[in-house]
Design a protein around this ligand. Structure first.
Ligand SMILES: C[S@@+](CC[C@H](N)C(=O)[O-])C[C@H]1O[C@@H](n2cnc3c(N)ncnc32)[C@H](O)[C@@H]1O
Length: 215
């Protein structure tokens, strides 16, 4: 099942080359569709992008580092939290045929692109849920969260988001996060530790930290 829901504001306060902010980018931002290539050691994907979504011109280098470092995940539903146009969700769907994928974003255009990109790579019949945060069923539990999270929304919102989603991990579940070092990867790791989570810095590469978070 692929669901795409109603327009909501974007949540990334990143200044764009056009001088706007992601907060300003809504569904009426003029469209300029594009394609980007995601080259990983195990596969290459072509992904549809557009203006008004995060890193529309190339796959974010942090996202790529995360996907290179990500180990094989156990069977069961996984979530790409803050999916954008879906490089993480699409890689998860391609690597784990038939396993359910949840992709969540506040940006409607991003969700539409993500749904299209997921449908192109997922095995037929795979459960694909591309949804806005308010559409996530309260009872959803996931075996893994894989995310390039929206750091720039501010600590309070980010902490709230992570608290909610970490609470949806099954026993033994893990979150794999990529965060830029200069955007506060270490203070986020510290905060997660203070919340009672085990945090491992799996890798530091090209200015990005890969964090593995579990109980
Ligand atoms: C750093 S970008 C990563 C996008 C994509 N996963 C990638 O790797 O290219 C973070 C994403 O989080 C989304 N976002 C912001 N606030 C959010 C929220 N409260 N819930 C879900 N997604 C959110 C933004 O719209 C943005 O697409």
């Amino acid at each position: 099942m692929t669901r795409v829901s109603q327009p909501v504001d974007d949540g990334e306060a990143i200044v764009t080359p056009e001088g706007g902010h992601y907060f300003d980018l809504r569904a009426d931002t003029p469209s300029r569709p594009g394609l980007v290539r995601l080259d990983l050691p195990d596969r290459s994907l072509e992904l549809h992008t557009d203006r008004g979504v995060f890193s529309a011109d190339r796959v974010d280098p942090g996202t790529k580092v995360l996907l290179i470092e990500l180990p094989e995940l156990p069977p069961g539903p996984v979530v790409d939290l803050g999916c954008g146009y879906g490089p993480i969700a699409a890689t998860l769907a391609a690597r784990r045929p038939g396993q359910p994928v949840w992709a969540v974003d506040v940006n409607e255009r991003a969700r539409q692109l993500c749904a299209r990109n997921l449908a192109a790579v997922a095995a037929e019949g795979t459960e694909l849920h591309v949804v806005a945060p308010e559409e996530v069923p309260a009872e959803l539990r996931v075996v893994a969260i894989v995310s390039n999270p929206p750091i720039r929304v501010g600590k309070a919102v980010l902490h709230d988001l992570l608290r909610t989603w970490l609470g949806r991990l099954v026993e033994g579940g893990e979150a794999w996060l990529v965060v830029q070092k200069h955007l506060g990867a270490d203070s986020l790791a510290r905060w997660l530790g203070e919340q009672g989570w085990q945090v491992e810095r799996v890798r530091s590469r090209q200015g990005y930290r890969i964090l593995r978070v579990h109980r």
